[in-house]
Ligand binder design. Structure first.
Ligand SMILES: O=C(O)CCC(=O)C(=O)O
Length: 274
C-alpha cells in the first residue's frame, strides 16, 4: 500500500523552521482500525496474563501509557506494517533520506478521569544550561518524534513552535519553574484527529496536558538517523529486540537492525555528551 500523503520539500523546510509538522489524513480509516484492533489484542493478552502493562483501570480496559510495542510480548504486525507503509516515507524525508534506526515505539494513554498533566519540558537537554543552543544545533536534523492519535479530538499535546534550536528564554524558564499550569509564552494546543500525525523535534518546549483525564490512545514513537549511536535514554532494548527482529516486515526489521548495529557495548552517552 502506498503512503496516503507525501511530504514535500516545503513541508521539510516548515518542519526544520518550526520544529513540528502536522500531516493531516496521513493514514487511512483501515489503518486506524487495524491499529485499534492491535491495541485491543494487546489488552486481551495483558488481561490473560500473557504480557505485562500498566493500567489506569483494568476492569474498564483502560491501559496506562505503554512503551516498547515492538518487544516480542507486545508486538503486533499492525504496528510494523504501519511503520513500513505509512510512516517510513515521512520519517526518511524528514531525516534527509538517510538510513533510519528505531529509538522508541509506544502509545500514550489516558482515561477514566485520571488527570495527566506534564510539566513543560524539552526531552533531551537541560533548559537554561550553558551551551543549550549549541547542543540543540549540533543534533539538528538527526532525530524525529511523532504523535498519532487513534481516538477523536486529541487536544493533549501543547508545544511552543520554533523553540527547538535556541536557548530557553527567561520567560520560559520562569514559567516552568513556577507552576506547570502557568501558560507558556507562544504555546499552542495541537488539534489532531485519527489519521493525523504530528512530527516534532523532542527538544521543542512541550508537554502532554489532559487535566480531565479524557480517553486518549496516541501512538508515540521516535527515530534517529541510523549512524547516531544509541544513547542512555533509549539503551537496553538490544537483547529483547534481537529475539524477533528477523520476523518483522522489512522496514521495521531494518530500523531495528540499525538500532542493534549502533548499540554501544557499555556506557551509553547522553544526548548532551555526544
Ligand atoms: O503526552 C504527550 O503528548 C507528550 C509526551 C511527552 O512529552 C513525554 O512523555 O516526554
Amino acid at each position: 500500500m502506498r503512503t496516503q500523503v507525501s511530504i514535500t520539500q516545503n513541508d521539510v523546510d516548515l518542519y526544520n523552521g518550526l520544529g513540528y509538522l502536522v500531516v493531516r489524513n496521513a493514514f487511512t480509516e483501515n489503518r486506524i482500525q487495524s491499529l485499534l484492533a492491535a491495541v485491543d489484542r494487546l489488552i486481551d493478552r495483558a488481561l490473560a496474563g500473557d504480557c505485562e502493562i500498566g493500567w489506569i483501570n483494568k476492569d474498564s480496559r483502560l491501559p496506562a501509557r505503554v512503551g516498547h510495542l515492538l518487544y516480542p510480548d507486545k508486538y503486533d504486525h499492525a504496528y510494523a506494517d504501519w511503520l513500513g507503509e505509512d510512516l517510513a516515507p515521512h520519517i526518511e524525508a524528514l531525516l534527509g533520506n538517510e538510513p533510519v534506526r528505531h529509538s522508541l515505539f509506544g502509545m500514550l494513554a489516558s482515561g477514566g478521569g485520571q488527570p495527566y498533566c506534564q510539566s513543560w519540558h524539552r526531552d533531551l537537554c537541560k533548559p537554561g544550561e550553558d551551551g543549550e543552543e549549541s547542543f540543540l544545533l549540533r543534533h539538528h536534523g538527526e532525530f524525529v518524534q511523532l504523535n498519532a492519535p487513534l481516538l477523536p479530538a486529541d487536544r493533549f499535546l501543547n508545544i511552543v513552535p520554533a523553540s527547538h534550536l535556541r536557548a530557553s528564554t527567561f520567560q520560559e524558564l520562569t514559567a516552568v519553574n513556577k507552576d506547570a499550569s502557568l501558560s507558556m509564552p507562544g504555546a499552542i494546543e495541537l488539534k489532531l484527529e485519527p489519521g493525523d500525525i504530528v512530527y516534532y523535534n523532542a527538544n521543542l518546549w512541550h508537554r502532554g496536558w489532559n487535566p480531565n483525564g479524557d480517553k486518549r490512545w496516541t501512538m508515540h514513537c521516535a527515530f534517529w538517523k541510523a549512524g547516531c549511536p544509541v544513547m542512555k535514554h533509549e539503551f537496553g532494548q538490544r537483547e529483547i529486540l534481537l529475539k524477533h527482529v528477523d520476523e518483522m516486515p522489512m522496514v521495521a526489521s531494518q530500523y531495528v537492525q540499525n538500532y542493534i548495529e549502533n548499540y554501544p557495548e557499555s556506557d551509553p552517552k547522553s544526548f548532551l555528551q555526544l
